[in-house]
Design a protein around this ligand. Structure first.
Ligand SMILES: C[S@@+](CC[C@H](N)C(=O)[O-])C[C@H]1O[C@@H](n2cnc3c(N)ncnc32)[C@H](O)[C@@H]1O
Length: 255
């Protein structure tokens, strides 16, 4: 375990305003995701790390960012005084912003190169819908988290407007159809292959998986990007699949 730091924690460089203006500013930034990814992901990462901080004081803590891509979230964790290890299977993702971040390794979420109970926080943003076995992926995140530590998982729901990613909104007519339509229109297949690297993952399945575990306590389950009062949406089976957009789940490892 990395020793706790005693340094003062710097505020994040980019901040989202509180309340409904926070949601508005996230969606505004999302519109420029393709043209200005730096702005969008820096904003989202700072916002997400604040969600984690509602459950754990990050200064000096050890965090693993599973499927961390090019490292926006890892950087935001480090801005808050945490020690963050980024694990990412795709070297091209690691290199996307040029230099590879320190403390980054090529590795798979299904076999994290970490000992049991070795981190304070296991974190994953928008990875779960890209893996074929969400239960196995969560097992591994729980395995490396120490008892009393926190797991944060957020992912895009299949029945949300962005569920099909670049093939949206045609995924509402089926993932295979949406992929074929995309390939016809663009002359190449979509980056995310339905059934291989993008799956029709719903909120209900993951909530049931986590609630059925005997070794964790759910601390928070709500729409990631919306104001806090929208938390009730996650309690509405059926409707939650359409309205939540991105499900954020925070749970504590008990034993
Ligand atoms: C949409 S990107 C999200 C990147 C980053 N976490 C974010 O929120 O911006 C999905 C990431 O999941 C990674 N990924 C896919 N399968 C994985 C696996 N089995 N284990 C860990 N990461 C995986 C991909 O390589 C990719 O970087």
């Amino acid at each position: 375990m990395v020793p706790r730091a005693s340094s003062t924690v710097a505020p994040p460089a980019v901040v989202t305003p509180p309340g409904r203006f926070r949601t508005l500013s996230l969606f505004r930034a999302f519109r420029t995701e393709q043209t200005d990814p730096e702005r969008f992901y820096t904003l989202l990462a700072a916002d997400t790390v604040r969600q984690v901080e509602r459950h754990v004081d990050l200064a000096g803590r050890t965090v693993v960012d599973v499927g961390g891509g090019s490292g926006y979230f890892s950087a935001a964790f480090e801005d808050r005084g945490a020690h963050c290890l980024l694990i990412e299977p795709d070297p091209a993702e690691l290199r996307k912003r040029g230099e590879i971040r320190p403390n980054s390794v090529v590795g798979d979420g299904f076999g994290l190169p970490l000992k049991d109970a070795s981190v304070d926080v296991s974190f994953s943003s928008n990875v779960l819908e890209h893996v074929s076995d969400p239960a196995g992926f969560l097992d591994e995140m729980v395995r490396v988290t120490r008892p009393g530590g926190v797991v944060y998982v957020a992912y895009t729901l299949w029945l949300s407007p962005w569920g099909g990613h670049e093939t949206s909104p045609w995924h509402f007519l089926g993932g295979s159809y949406a992929a074929r339509r995309y390939a016809r229109k663009h002359g190449h297949p979509p980056k995310n292959h339905y059934g291989e690297s993008l799956f029709a993952l719903r909120a209900g399945r993951v909530l049931r998986l986590v609630r059925a575990r005997g070794d964790v306590t759910v601390l928070e389950a709500r729409p990631r990007y919306y104001p806090r009062w929208c938390g009730f949406l996650v309690r509405l089976p059926g409707l939650r699949e359409l309205l939540t957009w991105n499900l954020m789940l925070v749970f504590r490892r008990d034993a």
